[in-house]
Design a protein around this ligand. Structure first.
Ligand code: DAH
Length: 353
Protein backbone atom coordinates (compact mmCIF):
# COMPACT_ATOMS: atom_id res chain seq x y z
CA UNK A 1 0.00 0.00 0.00
CA UNK A 2 1.42 3.41 -0.84
CA UNK A 3 2.50 5.14 2.33
CA UNK A 4 0.19 8.12 1.87
CA UNK A 5 -2.78 5.79 2.01
CA UNK A 6 -1.41 4.27 5.14
CA UNK A 7 -1.12 7.72 6.69
CA UNK A 8 -4.71 8.58 5.77
CA UNK A 9 -5.93 5.29 7.10
CA UNK A 10 -4.02 5.73 10.34
CA UNK A 11 -5.44 9.19 10.82
CA UNK A 12 -9.01 8.01 10.27
CA UNK A 13 -8.55 5.11 12.62
CA UNK A 14 -6.79 7.14 15.32
CA UNK A 15 -9.40 9.87 15.23
CA UNK A 16 -12.19 7.32 15.50
CA UNK A 17 -10.56 5.71 18.55
CA UNK A 18 -9.84 9.04 20.21
CA UNK A 19 -13.39 10.22 19.71
CA UNK A 20 -14.82 6.92 20.93
CA UNK A 21 -12.81 6.75 24.17
CA UNK A 22 -15.15 7.23 27.06
CA UNK A 23 -12.73 8.13 29.88
CA UNK A 24 -9.29 9.60 30.49
CA UNK A 25 -8.13 6.07 31.35
CA UNK A 26 -9.40 4.69 28.01
CA UNK A 27 -7.83 7.63 26.21
CA UNK A 28 -4.45 6.94 27.78
CA UNK A 29 -4.60 3.41 26.41
CA UNK A 30 -5.41 4.82 22.96
CA UNK A 31 -2.44 7.15 23.23
CA UNK A 32 -0.14 4.25 24.07
CA UNK A 33 -1.54 2.21 21.20
CA UNK A 34 -0.73 5.01 18.75
CA UNK A 35 2.28 6.85 20.15
CA UNK A 36 3.79 4.33 22.58
CA UNK A 37 6.99 2.36 21.87
CA UNK A 38 5.02 -0.26 19.98
CA UNK A 39 2.39 2.20 18.79
CA UNK A 40 1.10 2.26 15.22
CA UNK A 41 2.39 5.76 14.54
CA UNK A 42 5.76 4.95 16.08
CA UNK A 43 6.02 1.98 13.69
CA UNK A 44 5.16 4.21 10.79
CA UNK A 45 7.86 6.68 11.80
CA UNK A 46 10.35 3.89 11.97
CA UNK A 47 9.41 2.70 8.46
CA UNK A 48 10.79 5.91 7.05
CA UNK A 49 14.18 4.22 6.94
CA UNK A 50 12.97 1.84 4.28
CA UNK A 51 11.70 4.57 2.03
CA UNK A 52 13.93 5.44 -0.97
CA UNK A 53 16.06 8.42 -0.08
CA UNK A 54 14.48 10.82 -2.60
CA UNK A 55 10.96 10.22 -1.22
CA UNK A 56 11.97 10.46 2.42
CA UNK A 57 11.58 14.26 2.77
CA UNK A 58 7.92 14.65 1.81
CA UNK A 59 6.97 11.35 3.48
CA UNK A 60 8.69 12.30 6.73
CA UNK A 61 6.90 15.61 6.66
CA UNK A 62 3.54 13.91 6.09
CA UNK A 63 4.12 11.51 9.00
CA UNK A 64 5.19 14.34 11.32
CA UNK A 65 2.05 16.23 10.41
CA UNK A 66 0.02 13.16 11.20
CA UNK A 67 1.73 12.96 14.61
CA UNK A 68 0.95 16.60 15.33
CA UNK A 69 -2.70 16.12 14.41
CA UNK A 70 -2.99 12.99 16.55
CA UNK A 71 -1.37 14.73 19.51
CA UNK A 72 -3.72 17.71 19.17
CA UNK A 73 -6.75 15.44 18.94
CA UNK A 74 -5.59 13.53 22.03
CA UNK A 75 -5.08 16.74 24.02
CA UNK A 76 -8.45 18.12 23.03
CA UNK A 77 -10.25 14.91 23.93
CA UNK A 78 -8.38 14.65 27.20
CA UNK A 79 -9.46 18.09 28.23
CA UNK A 80 -13.11 17.35 27.42
CA UNK A 81 -13.08 14.05 29.27
CA UNK A 82 -11.34 15.49 32.34
CA UNK A 83 -13.89 18.28 32.53
CA UNK A 84 -16.84 15.95 32.38
CA UNK A 85 -15.24 13.57 34.86
CA UNK A 86 -14.73 16.46 37.32
CA UNK A 87 -18.32 17.53 36.78
CA UNK A 88 -19.54 14.02 37.53
CA UNK A 89 -17.42 13.79 40.68
CA UNK A 90 -18.60 17.13 41.99
CA UNK A 91 -22.22 16.21 41.63
CA UNK A 92 -21.68 12.74 43.15
CA UNK A 93 -19.74 13.99 46.15
CA UNK A 94 -21.89 17.02 46.86
CA UNK A 95 -22.27 17.98 50.57
CA UNK A 96 -25.78 18.16 51.91
CA UNK A 97 -25.61 21.52 53.62
CA UNK A 98 -29.25 21.24 54.67
CA UNK A 99 -28.36 18.65 57.35
CA UNK A 100 -28.66 20.27 60.76
CA UNK A 101 -25.20 20.80 62.28
CA UNK A 102 -24.09 19.84 65.76
CA UNK A 103 -25.07 22.77 67.92
CA UNK A 104 -22.93 23.98 70.79
CA UNK A 105 -25.32 25.54 73.25
CA UNK A 106 -24.00 28.70 74.83
CA UNK A 107 -24.71 28.93 78.53
CA UNK A 108 -26.14 31.94 80.28
CA UNK A 109 -25.08 33.59 83.48
CA UNK A 110 -26.78 32.05 86.48
CA UNK A 111 -29.41 34.25 88.07
CA UNK A 112 -27.50 34.35 91.37
CA UNK A 113 -24.39 35.69 89.61
CA UNK A 114 -26.47 38.13 87.63
CA UNK A 115 -28.24 39.58 90.64
CA UNK A 116 -24.91 39.80 92.47
CA UNK A 117 -23.50 41.77 89.56
CA UNK A 118 -26.54 44.06 89.48
CA UNK A 119 -26.10 44.88 93.17
CA UNK A 120 -22.35 45.35 92.74
CA UNK A 121 -22.91 47.73 89.82
CA UNK A 122 -25.31 49.89 91.82
CA UNK A 123 -22.81 50.30 94.66
CA UNK A 124 -19.86 50.72 92.32
CA UNK A 125 -21.76 53.69 90.95
CA UNK A 126 -21.70 55.11 94.49
CA UNK A 127 -17.93 54.65 94.72
CA UNK A 128 -17.81 51.40 96.70
CA UNK A 129 -14.90 49.01 96.33
CA UNK A 130 -15.57 45.27 96.02
CA UNK A 131 -13.54 42.82 98.13
CA UNK A 132 -13.51 39.05 98.57
CA UNK A 133 -14.25 37.46 101.88
CA UNK A 134 -13.25 34.11 103.39
CA UNK A 135 -15.66 31.21 103.50
CA UNK A 136 -13.80 29.63 106.39
CA UNK A 137 -13.43 31.77 109.49
CA UNK A 138 -12.71 31.60 113.20
CA UNK A 139 -15.38 31.96 115.86
CA UNK A 140 -13.58 35.11 116.99
CA UNK A 141 -14.06 36.89 113.65
CA UNK A 142 -17.58 35.64 113.02
CA UNK A 143 -18.98 36.12 116.52
CA UNK A 144 -16.80 37.83 119.11
CA UNK A 145 -15.41 40.64 116.94
CA UNK A 146 -18.95 41.21 115.70
CA UNK A 147 -20.12 41.69 119.27
CA UNK A 148 -22.11 38.44 119.55
CA UNK A 149 -22.46 37.52 123.23
CA UNK A 150 -20.80 34.33 124.42
CA UNK A 151 -24.15 32.59 124.68
CA UNK A 152 -25.55 33.76 121.34
CA UNK A 153 -27.66 30.91 119.93
CA UNK A 154 -26.05 31.09 116.46
CA UNK A 155 -22.76 29.96 118.05
CA UNK A 156 -24.35 26.57 118.53
CA UNK A 157 -23.30 23.75 116.20
CA UNK A 158 -27.02 23.29 115.65
CA UNK A 159 -26.95 26.53 113.64
CA UNK A 160 -23.38 26.86 112.39
CA UNK A 161 -21.17 24.32 110.62
CA UNK A 162 -17.93 23.84 112.54
CA UNK A 163 -15.02 22.32 110.68
CA UNK A 164 -14.37 20.04 113.63
CA UNK A 165 -17.83 18.63 114.11
CA UNK A 166 -19.03 18.70 117.68
CA UNK A 167 -22.72 18.31 116.91
CA UNK A 168 -24.70 17.58 119.98
CA UNK A 169 -22.35 19.69 122.09
CA UNK A 170 -24.73 22.62 122.22
CA UNK A 171 -24.06 23.89 125.72
CA UNK A 172 -20.39 24.77 125.67
CA UNK A 173 -19.27 28.23 124.69
CA UNK A 174 -17.04 27.75 121.69
CA UNK A 175 -13.44 28.79 121.79
CA UNK A 176 -12.30 31.86 119.86
CA UNK A 177 -10.07 29.88 117.51
CA UNK A 178 -12.75 27.34 116.60
CA UNK A 179 -12.94 27.10 112.78
CA UNK A 180 -16.28 27.34 111.04
CA UNK A 181 -17.99 27.88 107.69
CA UNK A 182 -19.14 31.47 107.95
CA UNK A 183 -22.90 31.84 108.35
CA UNK A 184 -22.82 35.50 107.25
CA UNK A 185 -20.68 37.80 105.11
CA UNK A 186 -20.52 40.26 108.02
CA UNK A 187 -17.08 38.78 108.76
CA UNK A 188 -15.85 40.86 105.80
CA UNK A 189 -16.57 43.96 107.91
CA UNK A 190 -14.00 42.88 110.47
CA UNK A 191 -11.31 42.16 107.87
CA UNK A 192 -11.99 45.41 106.05
CA UNK A 193 -11.77 47.48 109.24
CA UNK A 194 -8.68 45.59 110.45
CA UNK A 195 -6.72 45.63 107.20
CA UNK A 196 -7.68 48.74 105.29
CA UNK A 197 -7.10 52.44 105.46
CA UNK A 198 -10.07 54.60 106.38
CA UNK A 199 -12.41 55.79 105.00
CA UNK A 200 -14.10 52.56 103.88
CA UNK A 201 -16.81 52.20 101.28
CA UNK A 202 -16.83 48.48 100.70
CA UNK A 203 -19.01 45.74 99.29
CA UNK A 204 -18.24 42.05 99.77
CA UNK A 205 -20.30 39.35 98.07
CA UNK A 206 -19.88 35.67 98.88
CA UNK A 207 -21.25 32.32 99.95
CA UNK A 208 -22.48 31.59 103.46
CA UNK A 209 -23.48 28.37 105.20
CA UNK A 210 -26.10 27.56 107.78
CA UNK A 211 -27.34 24.39 109.27
CA UNK A 212 -30.79 24.68 107.73
CA UNK A 213 -32.83 22.13 105.83
CA UNK A 214 -33.68 23.30 102.31
CA UNK A 215 -37.30 24.45 101.96
CA UNK A 216 -39.00 27.21 99.92
CA UNK A 217 -37.43 29.96 102.05
CA UNK A 218 -34.22 28.34 103.41
CA UNK A 219 -31.06 26.85 101.95
CA UNK A 220 -28.07 25.40 103.82
CA UNK A 221 -25.79 27.35 101.48
CA UNK A 222 -26.64 30.69 99.95
CA UNK A 223 -25.16 34.02 98.94
CA UNK A 224 -24.99 37.32 100.74
CA UNK A 225 -23.62 40.73 99.96
CA UNK A 226 -22.17 42.74 102.79
CA UNK A 227 -21.65 46.47 102.78
CA UNK A 228 -19.62 48.59 105.18
CA UNK A 229 -19.01 52.32 105.32
CA UNK A 230 -16.70 53.97 107.86
CA UNK A 231 -15.90 57.64 107.53
CA UNK A 232 -16.05 60.86 109.50
CA UNK A 233 -19.53 62.18 110.18
CA UNK A 234 -21.58 59.23 108.82
CA UNK A 235 -25.14 59.25 110.17
CA UNK A 236 -28.24 57.12 110.02
CA UNK A 237 -29.44 59.55 107.35
CA UNK A 238 -26.58 58.36 105.09
CA UNK A 239 -27.59 54.76 105.70
CA UNK A 240 -31.23 55.48 104.85
CA UNK A 241 -30.44 57.52 101.77
CA UNK A 242 -27.99 54.94 100.46
CA UNK A 243 -30.24 51.93 100.97
CA UNK A 244 -33.37 53.66 99.70
CA UNK A 245 -31.46 54.59 96.57
CA UNK A 246 -30.31 50.98 96.25
CA UNK A 247 -33.87 49.61 96.59
CA UNK A 248 -35.21 51.96 93.95
CA UNK A 249 -32.42 51.03 91.55
CA UNK A 250 -32.96 47.33 92.19
CA UNK A 251 -36.75 47.05 92.35
CA UNK A 252 -37.93 50.18 90.52
CA UNK A 253 -39.20 53.56 91.68
CA UNK A 254 -42.73 52.30 92.27
CA UNK A 255 -41.97 49.38 94.56
CA UNK A 256 -42.67 50.41 98.16
CA UNK A 257 -39.99 49.83 100.83
CA UNK A 258 -39.95 50.40 104.58
CA UNK A 259 -37.45 50.45 107.44
CA UNK A 260 -38.38 48.41 110.50
CA UNK A 261 -36.41 48.45 113.77
CA UNK A 262 -34.58 45.22 114.50
CA UNK A 263 -31.66 43.92 116.52
CA UNK A 264 -28.22 42.80 115.32
CA UNK A 265 -25.30 42.43 117.74
CA UNK A 266 -22.85 44.37 115.55
CA UNK A 267 -25.01 47.42 114.77
CA UNK A 268 -26.81 49.90 116.98
CA UNK A 269 -29.40 51.05 116.12
CA UNK A 270 -30.31 48.31 113.64
CA UNK A 271 -33.11 47.93 111.16
CA UNK A 272 -34.48 45.64 108.51
CA UNK A 273 -35.71 46.78 105.13
CA UNK A 274 -38.85 45.28 103.67
CA UNK A 275 -39.97 45.45 100.06
CA UNK A 276 -43.64 45.25 99.06
CA UNK A 277 -44.54 41.68 98.11
CA UNK A 278 -44.40 41.22 94.34
CA UNK A 279 -46.99 38.47 94.30
CA UNK A 280 -49.84 40.37 95.95
CA UNK A 281 -48.57 43.95 95.50
CA UNK A 282 -48.77 44.51 99.26
CA UNK A 283 -52.28 43.23 99.90
CA UNK A 284 -51.06 40.16 101.81
CA UNK A 285 -50.75 36.59 100.48
CA UNK A 286 -49.14 33.25 101.29
CA UNK A 287 -45.72 34.32 99.98
CA UNK A 288 -45.47 37.25 102.38
CA UNK A 289 -47.23 35.57 105.30
CA UNK A 290 -50.20 37.90 104.86
CA UNK A 291 -48.19 41.02 105.74
CA UNK A 292 -47.72 42.44 102.23
CA UNK A 293 -43.97 42.86 102.96
CA UNK A 294 -40.86 40.78 102.44
CA UNK A 295 -37.61 41.41 104.30
CA UNK A 296 -34.58 41.91 102.06
CA UNK A 297 -31.77 43.16 104.21
CA UNK A 298 -30.45 43.95 107.64
CA UNK A 299 -28.57 47.12 108.44
CA UNK A 300 -27.50 49.53 111.14
CA UNK A 301 -24.88 51.87 112.50
CA UNK A 302 -21.66 50.04 113.38
CA UNK A 303 -21.69 49.31 117.13
CA UNK A 304 -18.87 51.06 119.07
CA UNK A 305 -18.04 47.66 120.61
CA UNK A 306 -17.06 46.42 117.14
CA UNK A 307 -14.71 49.39 116.67
CA UNK A 308 -13.02 48.28 119.89
CA UNK A 309 -12.03 44.96 118.27
CA UNK A 310 -10.55 46.57 115.16
CA UNK A 311 -8.84 49.60 116.68
CA UNK A 312 -10.99 52.40 115.28
CA UNK A 313 -11.81 55.40 117.46
CA UNK A 314 -15.62 55.77 117.55
CA UNK A 315 -15.24 59.37 118.67
CA UNK A 316 -13.59 60.17 115.37
CA UNK A 317 -15.29 57.78 112.97
CA UNK A 318 -18.76 56.40 112.46
CA UNK A 319 -20.28 54.15 109.86
CA UNK A 320 -23.01 51.82 108.82
CA UNK A 321 -23.22 48.26 107.58
CA UNK A 322 -25.75 46.19 105.73
CA UNK A 323 -26.18 42.63 104.57
CA UNK A 324 -28.56 41.12 102.05
CA UNK A 325 -29.42 37.67 100.74
CA UNK A 326 -28.87 37.38 97.00
CA UNK A 327 -31.28 34.47 96.43
CA UNK A 328 -33.93 36.38 98.38
CA UNK A 329 -33.49 39.43 96.17
CA UNK A 330 -33.56 37.29 93.01
CA UNK A 331 -36.84 35.71 94.14
CA UNK A 332 -38.35 39.08 94.99
CA UNK A 333 -37.29 40.69 91.76
CA UNK A 334 -38.40 37.84 89.52
CA UNK A 335 -41.26 36.48 91.64
CA UNK A 336 -39.73 33.05 92.13
CA UNK A 337 -41.79 31.14 94.66
CA UNK A 338 -39.16 28.68 95.94
CA UNK A 339 -35.45 29.31 96.68
CA UNK A 340 -34.59 25.73 95.75
CA UNK A 341 -35.46 26.37 92.11
CA UNK A 342 -32.26 28.43 91.90
CA UNK A 343 -30.11 25.43 92.74
CA UNK A 344 -31.85 22.59 90.93
CA UNK A 345 -30.07 23.25 87.64
CA UNK A 346 -33.26 22.86 85.61
CA UNK A 347 -32.45 24.51 82.28
CA UNK A 348 -36.12 25.22 81.53
CA UNK A 349 -36.14 27.43 84.62
CA UNK A 350 -32.67 28.95 84.31
CA UNK A 351 -33.00 29.87 80.62
CA UNK A 352 -35.79 32.30 81.43
CA UNK A 353 -33.39 34.84 82.90
N1 DAH B 1 -25.42 39.34 108.95
C1 DAH B 1 -26.85 39.54 109.01
C2 DAH B 1 -27.54 38.24 108.66
O1 DAH B 1 -26.91 37.38 108.14
C3 DAH B 1 -27.29 40.60 108.04
C4 DAH B 1 -26.84 41.96 108.49
C5 DAH B 1 -27.58 42.71 109.36
C6 DAH B 1 -25.65 42.48 108.03
C7 DAH B 1 -27.20 43.96 109.75
C8 DAH B 1 -25.26 43.75 108.41
C9 DAH B 1 -26.05 44.49 109.29
O2 DAH B 1 -24.13 44.30 108.01
O3 DAH B 1 -25.66 45.71 109.67
O4 DAH B 1 -28.70 38.11 108.92
Amino acid sequence: MPILDTIKEQWAESLARITASASTVDLEQVRIDILGKKGSLTALLRSIGQIPAEERGPMGKAINELRDKVEAALAERKEALAASELEARLSAEVLDITLPGRSRPIGTQHLISRVTEEVVEIFRGLGYQVIDGREVETAYINFTALNAPADHPSRSPKDTFYVVDRSGDTQSIRGESEVLLRPQTSTAQVHAMQDRELPLYILSPGRVFRRDTADPTHLPQFSQIEGIVVDKGITFGDLKGTLEYFCKQMFGEDRATRFRPHFFPFTEPSAEIDVACGFCGGAGCRSCGGTGWLEILGCGMVDPNVYGHVGIDPEEYSGFAFGMGVERIACLKYNIPDLRMLLEGDMRFLRQF
